[in-house]
Design a binder for this molecule. Structure first.
Ligand SMILES: Cc1cc2nc3c(=O)[nH]c(=O)nc-3n(C[C@H](O)[C@H](O)[C@H](O)COP(=O)(O)OP(=O)(O)OC[C@H]3O[C@@H](n4cnc5c(N)ncnc54)[C@H](O)[C@@H]3O)c2cc1C
Length: 449
């Protein structure tokens, strides 16, 4: 056991945006809790906000990216930036880290352990956590904030996955370390666009290709999207198909009135968890199978400066977006030859590197992470019905292999994708962080009462 003092009130596993937001919310609470944040990386960075290309911006204006749920101006005030400006993701990570330092400056009961937790044992009144050095810690509650697992790749040819030219984790492989020459990004969402923009910004040689089955590209973001009230849109959200139809006609109406279709997409944001929770598992499956890629391209939009870099590369003919599916790969002296099927035809492409940009792998069954494996083996968690994350109640209480919710084992952010769907971006994560801090404060009150 690390030390003999009392168990912590809460142990937070993962110091990315989500875990750090909880620690900040606990520090701002007037009920001081004993909090331990486990973060092998600098707190506040995680997969999204570590060091990266200066062309990687937040995908929404500063006015929407405050880390404090009840203080929307906090980021703008802290960074003295314009509310409509787009800040770099690296600067956002620094902002989250410095907000933690400021919030905990006079809170000695909140500590950061730069360690990785590899095992958690549930006991009657608390948990025993073990880090990868074998040290143990005790906590009365635990929050799983391990965030984004690197993309799945079991659907890719073995030869590709075995190649030195293949990059499986797009968020921790700096573009500068990739071999010079043509590059293929698998997927065409924001992560792929990041790599296209970084290639352009770094003035690297070669052409960049993206490949995706659906071929949708993310839309451009704008800073001045007025927010509409969902109720006034009278959308039919009883089923994915009904919602698709009514959103489509609402967007056409808005455009005909001289408005912007993004207003409709933004108005859907706040009620989207309620809509998802209102659908049956079959309807959610239908959405994932037929609409998620289209919705993703409208919902997760490209910041203007990033879009400009991509447009410039496309105009020069050095960015090509392909629609198709990879079916084979073979390394040779000059690169890796990718075989792909597009509109029933087989084509080949030789590139110097291939980056998997298909998005975080939410399927716990194929997630090799030691802690995830241990939690599954112990039956403390189980995959959700859609295999997008872990099973939980809408307020994030993990459901165990017997189907019982554990009010002391909580999850936040991307791990709740199957339960809430809209649970990965800054506003939703800071809301969840606030709710968890309030729960911890209530719990302490009950203990002292
Ligand atoms: C590339 C990218 C860009 C994004 N850009 C935006 C954006 O512009 N705007 C927006 O609103 N949202 C954005 N998002 C979505 C969202 O903000 C992120 O999903 C956010 O990073 C989620 O934070 P997180 O803390 O849950 O996960 P992560 O950022 O993945 O952090 C998880 C942390 O947990 C740590 N960890 C994992 N396992 C353990 C363990 N066993 N023990 C200890 N620590 C562990 C990891 O090292 C990591 O630091 C982006 C996401 C990505 C991937």
């Amino acid at each position: 056991m690390k030390d003999e003092r009392e168990a912590d009130d809460v142990a937070i596993i993962g110091g990315g945006l989500a875990g750090t937001a909880i620690a900040i919310a606990c520090a701002r609470s007037d009920r001081p809790a004993r909090v331990r944040l486990f973060s092998p990386e600098n707190p506040g960075r995680g997969a999204a906000y570590g060091a990266g290309s200066p062309i990687w911006f937040m995908n929404a204006p500063a006015s929407a990216m405050s880390i404090i749920a009840d203080d929307a101006e906090h980021l703008v005030r802290s960074l003295h930036c314009a509310p409509e400006s787009f800040i770099t993701r690296e600067r956002f990570g620094e902002y989250v880290g410095s907000t933690l330092r400021a919030a905990t400056a006079d809170r000695p009961n909140i500590g950061v352990e730069r360690e990785t937790i590899v095992n958690i044992e549930r006991r009657r009144d608390d948990f025993v956590l073990e880090d990868d050095r074998g040290f143990q810690y005790r906590a009365r509650s635990v929050v799983l904030a391990m965030g984004n697992a690197k993309p799945a790749d079991d659907f890719l040819p073995r030869e590709l996955r075995a190649s030195e030219r293949y990059v499986g984790d797009p968020w921790r492989a700096p573009t500068s370390e990739l071999p010079n020459g043509d590059m293929l990004c698998i997927g065409s969402g924001l992560t792929a666009i990041d790599h296209v923009a970084a290639h352009a910004h770094a003035k690297r040689s070669g052409t960049v290709f993206t490949i995706a089955r659906h071929g949708f590209l993310p839309a451009l973001e704008r800073a001045d999207i007025p927010s509409l009230r969902y109720a006034q849109l009278e959308l039919d959200d009883a089923s994915p198909l009904a919602l698709l139809r009514s959103v489509r006609s609402a967007m056409h109406r808005r455009l005909a009135q001289g408005g912007d279709w993004r207003e409709i997409a933004e108005a859907l944001r706040r009620p989207s968890q309620r809509i998802w929770l209102g659908w049956t598992i079959a309807q959610r499956r239908q959405f994932i199978a037929h609409l998620a890629s289209l919705w993703g391209s409208l919902r997760y939009r490209v910041p203007p400066a990033t879009a400009d870099a991509v447009a410039e590369l496309r105009a020069s003919g050095r960015y090509v977006s392909l629609q198709g599916e990879i079916i084979g790969a073979s390394d040779d002296r000059d690169g890796i030859v990718i075989e792909y099927r597009t509109r029933g035809e087989h084509r080949r492409l030789r590139v110097a590197s291939v980056v998997n940009c298909t998005g975080p792998n939410g399927d716990l069954r194929s997630n090799p992470d030691r802690l995830i494996r241990a939690l599954l083996e112990r039956g403390l968690i189980r995959p959700d019905a859609l295999h997008l994350g872990l099973d939980a109640t809408p307020s994030g209480e993990a459901i165990d292999s017997e189907g019982l919710a554990d009010e002391r084992l909580l999850a936040i952010g991307p791990l709740l994708r199957g339960i809430l769907y809209e649970t990965t971006a800054v506003p939703e994560i800071t809301e969840q962080a606030r709710a968890i801090a309030q729960r911890v404060a209530r719990d302490i009150e009950l203990c002292v009462a």
